[in-house]
Design a protein around this ligand. Structure first.
Ligand SMILES: [Mg+2]
Length: 213
């Protein structure tokens, strides 16, 4: 198989901002007087910002107006953006930087397909924006993963068929999106997707581009 494009999910593949989300949701829950620990945080994994806030309100039996709801969504994102300010290249997950350099050198197209609306901002903090030919984030996509739209947009930007691209994902919904789009899907860094993914690596240091050239 000749691979000509690589599409990366952001959170959990390139960098981990899970803890930053936890800190931001904790601040939000504190403001609402809802007890919130790592255990409640587990319930929010993989769900949208809106549904996460609904979950916290349910947990505390708190009822608020639509405008308060919107204000809380906004302040959660501000808390999150505050907490990620200190991200830098040392926060890249193992193997990411070397793979980007190697792939770029070989003329392979590189893209990010993430549901995060902050994807471009985070890539900037990490100092790797210039590697990517395209960044498709939560702002430009109408159907979230497991719908393949985010990755299909990436492949079409590359001018490549999905079968010529690898998708790296840590979440089941992302692996499903890749499969639905006809991509070669690789699971990374989350043992829970080991069975589902066509290939699985603990981290990107284990991935050898040569094996897919
Ligand atoms: Mg992810």
């Amino acid at each position: 198989m000749k691979i000509k494009g690589l599409l990366f999910d952001l959170d959990g593949v390139i960098v981990t901002t899970e803890h930053n989300h936890f800190v931001a949701w904790k601040r939000t829950a504190d403001e609402l007087g809802v007890p919130f620990t790592e255990r409640e945080n587990e319930l929010l994994k993989g769900i949208s910002r809106i549904d996460s806030l609904k979950m916290i309100l349910n947990l505390g039996n708190v009822f608020i107006s639509d405008s308060e709801f919107d204000a809380l969504l906004k302040s959660k994102n501000e808390f999150y953006l505050d907490s990620i300010q200190s991200l830098n290249q040392s926060d890249l997950l193992p193997g990411v930087f070397d793979l980007l350099i190697k792939a770029k050198f070989q003329g392979i197209k590189l893209g990010v397909g993430s549901s995060s609306k902050n994807a471009n901002f985070i890539l900037g903090l990490l100092g790797i924006s210039d590697f990517f030919d395209v960044v498709i984030d939560g702002n430009g996509v109408s159907d979230p993963k497991p719908h393949p739209e985010v990755f299909l947009n990436g492949a079409s930007f590359f001018g490549l068929a999905p079968t010529e691209c690898i998708v790296f994902e840590d979440a089941a919904s992302g692996i499903q999106a890749a499969k639905a789009g006809g991509f070669f899907d690789i699971g990374v860094g989350n043992p829970e997707v080991k069975e589902l993914a066509t290939k699985y690596y603990n981290d990107l240091t284990e991935f050898r581009l040569e094996d897919y050239g």
